[in-house]
Design a binder for this molecule. Structure first.
Ligand code: ATP
Ligand code: MG
Length: 441
C-alpha cells in the first residue's frame, strides 16, 4: 500500500508520523510536569497564606480589640497568589474576603484545566482570642492563574514544535524534489532511445545515488547503438551478397549460354546453306530463329539479374542512358531527369538500389498511371541519398495491392537502412526514397 505512493509522499508520511508521536510524547510529558508544578505551587501558596494569616493575627493582637480583630483582618491581609482567604465573623454572620490583586485567568480551555488541576486544598483556621472563639479563616487553593500561565507556556512550546515540523517537512519536500529531478532527465533520455535516437546520453550525474542508473542508461544506449550498427552492417552484407550472387549467375549465363547459342546459330546457318532440300533449309532456319529467341530471353534475364552498366559506369550516366532509352521508346511521355551536380559515386549496393527505384518507378508509371510526364530527382543531403520519382497520372486505383515490384523495392531499401514513402492521389503518384550514405559515397 505504502509502496504505491510516490517517494516524496512516503518520506513525508514517515517523518510526519515520527513527529506526531514526538509531539504527543512532548505534550504528555509537559502536561505531567505542569500538573506537578501547579500542585507544588498551590500547596506552597496555601502554606504561605496560612503563615501569613497567623502572623498577621499575631501582630494585630494587642493593637486591636479582640472582638474587632476579624473585621479589621480583611483590610490587613493581602492573600498570596493562588489562594483565596475567606473570613467568617460569627458576630454579624458575614463572610469577608480581602481584596485580591487582579490576575489574568483567561485562556486555558476546560479540557486542559481538567488535566492539570491538582486536588483542591482547603484549610479552616479557628481564631481563638483570650479564650474565646472569635470566628474562622478559610484558606483555599486557587490554581486558575497558574493553569492559565501553564496553558500559555505549553501553547507556545507546542506551536514552536509545530512550526519546526512544518519547516522540516517543507525542507524535506524541496530536498527530495530536487534530488529526484534528474530522474525526469533520465526518463527524457530513455524516451529519446525509444524514439530511435541512439546517440542520446545522460552524461555525468552529480547526484551520487543516481550515478549507477545514469551509467546503466548510457551503457544501454551504447549497446543499442552498437547493435544497430552491427545490424545495418549485416543487412548491407545480405544485400551485397545477393547482388554478388546474381552477378555470378549472370556471368555464368552470359559466359556459358552465349557461346553455345552462337555456335547453335552458326551450325544452323551452315546446315541451311548445305541443305539438300527446302524442308531441311526451313528447319535449319527455324532452329536459328529459336536460338535467336533464347538469346533474347537470355539477354533480358541478364539485364534483370544484373544491369550491366551499374557499377561499371557512373550512376549519373547509367540513369541518363536508361531514361534516354525509355524516352526514345515512349515518345508520348515527357521524362525529366534532374540530378544534382557534383554528386559523389555511391557504393554498388546503393547505386543498384537507386537504379532499381528508377526502373520500377518508371515502369509502374508507364504501365499503371497513364501519366504524360514523369519526373525523377536525385540529390544528397549530408547523411542520405534522396530520390523523388513522381508522375502526373491517375494515382493508385482503389484497393490496389503492392506487387513484387514495390515490395522488392521497399525490402531492398529497408535492408540498406533507408526509407520509402509512397503518396498518391488523383493528380499522380510520388515515390520518395532515402538511403544512408556510406563512407566515400
Ligand atoms: N505510378 C503508379 N500509378 C498508379 N498506380 C500504380 C503506380 N505504381 C503502382 N501502382 C499500383 O500499385 C500496384 C502495385 O505495384 P507493383 O509495382 O508493386 O506491382 P505491379 O507493377 O503490379 O507488378 P510487378 O511486380 O511486375 O511490378 C500496381 O498493380 C498498381 O495498381
Ligand atoms: Mg511494378
Amino acid at each position: 500500500m505504502l509502496t504505491r505512493l510516490p517517494l516524496t509522499t512516503r518520506i513525508l508520511l514517515v517523518i510526519l508520523t515520527v513527529q506526531a508521536l514526538l509531539f504527543a510524547a512532548l505534550a504528555a510529558a509537559s502536561i505531567d510536569n505542569l500538573r506537578r508544578e501547579i500542585a507544588t505551587e498551590t500547596r506552597l501558596a496555601a502554606q504561605t497564606a496560612r503563615s501569613l494569616v497567623v502572623a498577621t493575627i499575631g501582630t494585630m493582637q494587642g493593637a486591636v480589640p479582640p472582638d474587632r480583630l476579624l473585621s479589621r483582618l480583611t483590610d490587613q491581609l493581602v492573600p498570596p497568589r493562588h489562594t483565596r482567604i475567606l473570613i467568617l465573623d460569627p458576630r454579624d454572620g458575614m463572610v469577608r474576603e480581602p481584596a485580591v490583586p487582579t490576575e489574568s485567568h483567561a485562556g486555558a480551555p476546560g479540557w486542559f484545566a481538567a488535566l492539570v488541576t491538582p486536588e483542591p486544598l482547603e484549610t479552616r483556621l479557628p481564631v481563638v482570642l483570650e479564650g474565646r472563639l472569635r470566628g474562622f479563616v478559610y484558606i483555599a487553593s486557587d490554581p486558575a492563574a497558574e493553569i492559565a500561565a501553564a496553558w500559555r507556556e505549553i501553547r507556545t512550546t507546542l506551536s514552536l514544535a509545530g512550526l519546526a515540523a512544518l519547516a522540516q517537512s517543507l525542507l524535506i519536500l524541496i530536498a527530495t524534489r530536487r534530488a529526484l529531478r534528474p530522474l525526469d532527465m533520465i526518463a527524457g533520455r530513455l524516451a529519446d532511445l525509444t524514439r530511435g535516437d541512439l546517440t542520446t546520453r545522460v552524461g555525468r550525474m552529480h547526484q551520487p545515488d543516481l550515478v549507477p542508473l545514469a551509467a546503466g542508461v548510457d551503457r544501454l544506449a551504447g549497446a543499442l547503438q552498437q547493435a544497430q550498427f552491427d545490424r545495418a552492417r549485416l543487412q548491407r552484407q545480405v544485400v551485397s551478397r545477393g547482388d554478388e550472387e546474381r552477378k555470378s549467375i549472370a556471368r555464368d549465363l552470359h559466359d556459358e549460354m552465349g557461346p553455345c547459342l552462337f555456335g547453335l546459330r552458326v551450325e544452323a546457318d551452315a546446315l541451311r546453306a548445305a541443305a539438300a532440300g527446302p524442308d531441311i533449309a526451313a528447319q535449319a532456319e527455324a532452329i536459328a530463329a529459336i536460338a535467336e529467341e533464347i538469346a533474347r530471353v537470355n539477354r533480358a534475364l541478364l539485364d534483370d539479374l544484373r544491369p550491366a552498366a551499374v557499377g561499371q559506369l557512373p550512376l549519373v550516366t547509367v540513369l541518363s542512358d536508361y531514361t534516354a532509352d525509355l524516352a526514345r521508346r515512349f515518345p508520348a511521355i515527357t521524362l525529366d531527369l534532374d540530378i544534382a551536380s557534383g554528386l559523389p559515386e555511391p557504393d554498388e549496393a546503393t547505386a543498384l538500389t537507386l537504379f532499381r527505384i528508377v526502373q520500377e518507378g518508371t515502369t509502374n508509371a508507364l504501365r499503371h498511371s497513364g501519366a504524360g510526364r514523369v519526373r525523377i530527382r536525385l540529390w544528397t543531403d549530408p547523411a542520405h541519398w534522396r530520390m523523388i520519382l513522381s508522375d502526373d497520372g491517375k494515382g493508385f486505383a482503389e484497393g490496389h495491392r503492392e506487387g513484387t515490384g514495390l515490395t522488392g523495392m521497399r525490402e531492398r531499401i529497408t535492408l540498406l537502412g533507408g526509407s520509402l514513402h509512397l503518396s498518391s492521389d488523383e493528380s499522380g503518384t510520388t515515390i520518395e526514397a532515402s538511403l544512408p550514405r556510406t563512407q566515400g559515397g
